[in-house]
Design a protein around this ligand. Structure first.
Ligand SMILES: Cc1cc2nc3c(=O)[nH]c(=O)nc-3n(C[C@H](O)[C@H](O)[C@H](O)COP(=O)(O)OP(=O)(O)OC[C@H]3O[C@@H](n4cnc5c(N)ncnc54)[C@H](O)[C@@H]3O)c2cc1C
Length: 385
């Protein structure tokens, strides 16, 4: 591919001969773009539509007014243990090694997060090493059996003081719910360590696309068998679509016209700010504010991207109930509702549902890539039978 070449993007007004395009992919986010590329590599002709005006879905990045590369929909840090996923994406980007670090503000001071040995030492004025930290947590934890929800999980691991300092109010802000109302899996995403490893993730592969996510997506979609149409909703294409198979990566409840009611999502408002003349705003990529302010965290993009600039750009995240669907809310009743939609989806042999919204799952990017590769393989197998 020639560097900087854009995928073929058709305007809404273009007279698109959909008959030539046998496969429709709804959504140019990670799920849709990976499936489209896999199908195109398999020799199929694919038409991709997205209602947004850009590719890359929530991983979209762009240069802001001051010239700093930012992530419009909040910070996206790539990490995976899957060699297959990493190899797949590496076809479309070079990488910048990056290990994410997070600090949490408690009573005005910054502490390593997730909780590790150093968090305990700094917070309680101790001098523990790994064994001592494990013994300390053993002393303060409040054992729970069974572990029914996120509150149980955290109390069982670190006890009440650390729960209240780092988790309780952050969860309330993030989800608008008590930790006791959320499945244990939500809190289980955040490890507790007894060593002094202060990296947020410990995956084998941790890196950022060297020229940004959007560029990576553009390369993925740059294939003679792929056309991309932006600013177009599936609703507008549905009636005139005459192809063989649809891959749908939008919200599954929307596909079925919300016939069983809406699947709940947590949304976010992103407040982006450029700070001219300030080279560095905070010491690490993300600082969490569990107990202060209405926002949950501030991310400074230059840490993630390695960009040098005289100023810096940050984003504050304000969780909210209304707005774009970002996080499926992991509660038993929501999963039961999703299962009803999933049963409807199973009755649609000509449609594949994949991705965060279509599968109503709290997926990381690498999990979406893996799911999309598998989905494309299923489609290709079915075609070739
Ligand atoms: C704030 C935030 C931070 C995150 N940080 C990380 C991180 O650090 N690391 C990580 O691994 N993961 C992170 N994630 C998760 C990551 O964003 C997702 O795993 C990934 O983007 C999901 O890809 P997707 O294609 O399934 O969905 P999306 O990226 O949402 O793409 C779906 C696309 O479908 C389009 N669409 C929907 N309905 C229609 C329709 N009817 N017609 C046309 N188009 C439609 C949408 O416009 C969208 O572009 C984060 C998520 C959020 C919200």
């Amino acid at each position: 591919m020639s560097p900087g070449r854009q995928p073929e993007v058709l305007s809404t007004a273009a007279n698109i001969e959909l008959r030539e395009r046998r496969f429709l992919v709804v959504g140019a986010g990670l799920a849709g773009s990976v499936v489209a590329r896999e199908l195109a590599d398999g020799g199929l002709s694919v038409h991709v539509v997205d209602r947004r005006s850009h590719v890359a879905g929530n991983a979209f990045d762009e240069v802001d007014g001051a010239g700093v590369l930012i992530h419009r929909y909040g910070p996206h840090i790539f990490h995976t243990n899957s060699e297959r996923v990493f190899r797949f994406l590496s076809r479309f980007t070079e990488w910048r090694p990056y290990e994410h670090r997070v600090l949490g503000v408690v009573d005005g001071k910054l502490y390593p997060f997730p909780i590790n040995c150093e968090t305990l030492n700094q917070l309680y004025g101790l001098d523990l090493h790994e064994v001592g930290a494990a013994a300390f947590l053993e002393q303060v934890r409040e054992p729970r059996d069974p572990v029914r929800n996120s509150e149980d999980l955290v109390l069982n691991a670190v006890g009440r003081d650390l729960y209240e300092k780092f988790f309780l109010n952050y969860t309330r802000k993030q989800w608008g719910l008590e930790p006791s109302q959320l499945k244990a899996g939500v809190a289980a995403r955040i490890p507790v360590r007894t060593n002094s490893d202060d990296r947020y993730f410990t995956d084998i592969y941790q890196a950022m696309p060297l020229h940004g996510y959007t560029r990576m997506f553009e390369r993925m979609l740059d294939h003679p068998n792929i056309t991309v149409e932006l600013g177009v909703d599936f609703r507008d294409v549905r009636a005139r679509w005459v192809g063989q198979h649809t891959v749908f990566t939008g919200p599954i409840d929307a596909y079925f016209d919300y016939c069983y009611g809406r699947l709940p999502y947590r949304s976010l408002r992103f407040e982006h700010e450029h700070l001219a003349g300030i080279e560095q705003f905070q010491p690490v990529g993300t600082v969490n504010y569990p107990n202060d302010f209405d926002f949950t965290r501030i991310t400074e993009f230059k840490h993630l991207t390695g960009q040098t600039h005289r100023g810096t750009s940050i984003v504050r995240e304000y969780p909210q109930a209304e707005g774009d669907p970002y996080y499926p809310i992991p509660r038993a009743e929501n999963e039961a509702l999703y299962k009803r939609y999933e049963r409807l989806a199973e009755q649609e042999p000509d449609v594949t549902f994949v991705g965060r919204l279509a599968q109503y799952r709290y997926y990381n990017m690498d999990q979406v890539v893996a799911a999309a590769i598998k989905a494309a393989e299923r489609v290709l197998r079915a075609i070739r039978v």
